[in-house]
Write a protein that binds this ligand. Structure first.
Ligand code: ZN
Length: 284
């Protein structure tokens, strides 16, 4: 199943991604209109969706990606993990973490799959990331049970303003990564059953058509299951909560000379089996 949020309303998306059906209308108001209502009753929602007679050709409407938001656009909590790929820890000059380094991207930074990205200055960097959305309340969950608490996966970009992020004495990861539009996600949530292997997905980032990042989510130091286990050992993960799971090597700040975004640049972030994001950079 593919679930998206369009103009504030949950929509189910056709397998080809071209059309969508409004959840509130199709369920006669049982679920929706906001996407969070689906995550809050994920078991009932997925059972309904599996049995609903959905005819995208006759009942659906075109899905315009410019109208789409993050699949979970109003989560209660957002977790983001740093240094979760050895290749990225190496290029950043950090040791491999013993525990997941965790920060947040404030919800006001969320945006959809096709947007303009306003650059506040000339040190904004790219980080393609797998994003997991929680579907069941998780507290003290074992790694072996973790996927039962994941609604699905989507593509994320953890845009990062490196100057503020790395300003001492204590770095400002959360603020430096939370300018408006710095957390595009989408184009939709894909449930794990739709993927051949949800633990091994190729992810890439291109800048103006040139590949700058490539890897597989199977290379993560802390897998999605391990992150749900470790985060839920401390906090309670709630339906609709969003986890940015870290980025592989190839960010601009890890290069010599450093390479950052400038107006006119187009960043495309893609994950196998899910889809792509496209951000066009503009000056602030
Ligand atoms: Zn990141």
């Amino acid at each position: 199943m593919r679930l998206a949020s369009k103009l504030g309303r949950a929509v189910l998306v056709s397998p080809d991604g071209e059309r969508c059906i409004d959840v509130a209308k199709a369920s006669s108001g049982r679920f929706g209109p906001a996407a969070l209502t689906a995550y809050d009753e994920w078991d009932a929602f997925t059972a309904w969706a599996a049995n609903a007679a959905l005819d995208y050709a006759t009942d659906g409407e075109p899905l315009l990606l410019e109208e789409v938001e993050a699949p979970s656009p109003t989560p209660r909590q957002v977790f983001a993990i740093g240094l979760n790929y050895r290749s990225h820890a190496d290029e950043s000059g950090f040791a491999y973490p013993e525990e997941p380094p965790t920060f947040t991207k404030f919800v006001s930074s969320f945006s959809g799959p096709v947007t303009e990205l306003r650059l506040p200055n000339d040190t904004v960097d790219w980080e393609v990331e797998l994003v997991a959305v929680i579907g069941r309340t998780a507290q003290g969950v074992a790694a072996a049970d973790a996927w039962d608490h994941v609604a699905g996966l989507t593509v994320g970009q953890d845009f990062s303003e490196r100057t503020l992020q790395l300003t001492g004495p204590a770095p400002q990861f959360s603020l430096g990564k939370s300018y408006p539009g710095f957390a595009p996600q989408g184009p939709w949530l894909v449930t794990p059953d739709e993927l051949d292997d949800p633990t091994d997905l190729e992810l890439t980032c291109t800048l103006n058509g040139e590949q700058v990042q490539g890897g597989s989510t199977e290379q993560m130091i802390f897998s999605v299951a391990e992150l749900v286990h470790r985060l839920s050992a401390v906090t309670t993960l709630m339906p609709g909560d969003v986890i940015f799971t870290g980025t592989p090597a190839g960010v601009g700040g890890g290069r010599t000379p450093k390479w950052f975004l400038k107006p006119g640049d187009v960043v495309v972030s893609t994950i196998e089996g899910i889809g792509s994001l496209s951000q066009t950079c503009v000056s602030a």
